[in-house]
Design a binder for this molecule. Structure first.
Ligand SMILES: [Zn+2]
Ligand SMILES: [Zn+2]
Length: 82
């Protein structure tokens, strides 16, 4: 029996397939591994979209810093420019 699920979300268990997405398990800013939160570099209110270029995975610490203005948006954009 199969259910249609467009975006299967792995639960707490990590399957082998999630290894490809391992990068998403670490903060793109400080590189810390663990649970990350997705932040919109350009907020949706400002026209930002759900594109990889506009989304950055941040640990809780860095995410808070971004919202506190301790990490500048330009720094996040620089991460994306590689
Ligand atoms: Zn971080
Ligand atoms: Zn955020």
């Amino acid at each position: 029996m199969e259910f249609f699920s467009p975006q299967p979300k792995p639960s707490r268990k990590k399957s082998k397939k999630t290894r490809e997405k391992a990068r998403k398990d670490c903060c793109e800013y400080c590189g810390k591994y663990g649970s990350v939160e997705v932040h919109h570099i350009k907020s949706k209110g400002s026209g930002g979209q759900d594109t990889p270029e506009n989304l950055v995975s941040l640990c809780g610490v860095c995410h808070t810093k971004v919202h506190n203005g301790e990490i500048e948006k330009a720094e996040l954009q620089a991460l994306k420019e590689g």
